[in-house]
Design a protein around this ligand. Sequence first.
Ligand code: NAD
Length: 457
Amino acid sequence: MSDPHELTVLNPATEETVATVPAASAEDVGAAVVRAVRAQTRWAALAPADRARLLRRFADTVDAHLEELAQLEVREAGHTVGNARWEAGNARDLLLYAAGGAERLLGAQIPAPGGFNVTFHEPLGVVGVIAPWNFPMPIAAWGSFPALAAGNAVVLKPAETTPLTALRLAELALDAGLPEHVFQVLPGHGHIAGRALVDHPDVAKIVFTGSTTTGREVMERCARLVKPVTLELGGKSPNVVFADADLEAALDPFSFLDNSGQDCCARTRVLVQEPVFEEAREFLADALAAVVVGDPADGKTQMGPLISRQQLDRVRSYVPEDAPALRGTAPEGPGFWFPPTVLTGERPDGRAAREEIFGPVAVLLPFADEADAVRLANDTPYGLSGSVFTRDLGRALRVSRAVRAGNLSVNSHSSVRYWTPFGGFKQSGLGRELGPDALTAFTETKNVFISTEGPAQ
Ligand code: NAD
């Protein structure tokens, strides 16, 4: 049973304790929201250029501490150091991008008889952000920084296992000159601090990233208060590989192994057209064997451990010892290690082919033709991302339009850019983050009509 008052942060590569952190109670969350409400009024009253300047200074401060933040992420989350540097850089870049938006929150002027009519994007007030452990810095940033730029205060609850980089970001915000209580980070348990944030009547919106099960509960609780919610949930994304594709690019194993597969966009259903299926299997067998799994602090390491013992047990439950599979290697001894794995005997309706495993495990499935590929790609309750590999441009466009998912890439496995919209169809979520409209998701549109009629004669 975990301690309700304290969080223990373990290094997932060694199982050594990195830190213990107080866990916020429901009362702590309530007090933080009261402080945030006061701070938000002053923050929203700043000239947009001043808010932007402070956020740019925050970006510079993050940049000056990029290596420290990256090393902290290696220790608390087991991310490879190369990934962790990218993640800290993503937080910095999003600050700069969002800062530019503060001065560009443009409304509309709409023709109306007898006067003129304008719209304003008013900040919501206090935004609650609930982040998961798989990408602690980027996901905290995506929920928080556009909200700040739009004039909101933010209370962020990081995941139980990964509070350290979020806490450091809050300190850096103060160092950069952001007013106190505009960006607060409260580590805590989901069912205590997370729920308190969701249920608080003065929290105007919740941005939740995590599992579909918890996301559903968050949405139900928000419904009671008619509170808007953005949900970024699970995925089981397809990688559709046609026979004419560049197989080496299409079958890049890091499309499902990056971050040890703990990635909601991981392409964990590898769908390969029948004529090249055997070739694909052989290619993947060699590719998995070559993956360097080990100490995430070593720059040569390509894949680190899983986040926790619990996650390791969960991943193991999908891969019985005798399951037909291609397997790489992983270290023995302390740490939450699981080898890169591709299941080759799974049916499309099997558990491993349908559920989000959130580990370095993909399933390999054959398809016959384009219609079959689209049917298989869509045969999932999820719809977050996916890839299509073919040299036929018309087919690439048809298939990427037919797949019911929010983020598709053609002849590429990329999903996330801070300047393009990100989010899921179906049970992968609700709403979008990032991109040109990131700030408006944290505003209410207000319409004001101004009469130009003179006084009655
Ligand atoms: P989770 O959904 O339980 O936790 C995500 C966040 O929500 C954490 O900060 C947690 O403290 C908080 N939370 C938990 N219960 C809450 C509640 N009742 N009210 C408010 N907040 C609450 O995810 P998890 O248990 O850490 O991971 C379980 C599975 O979820 C993973 O195996 C994976 O399949 C999936 N997952 C998906 C993503 C994603 O980005 N899509 C991220 C993390 C986990």
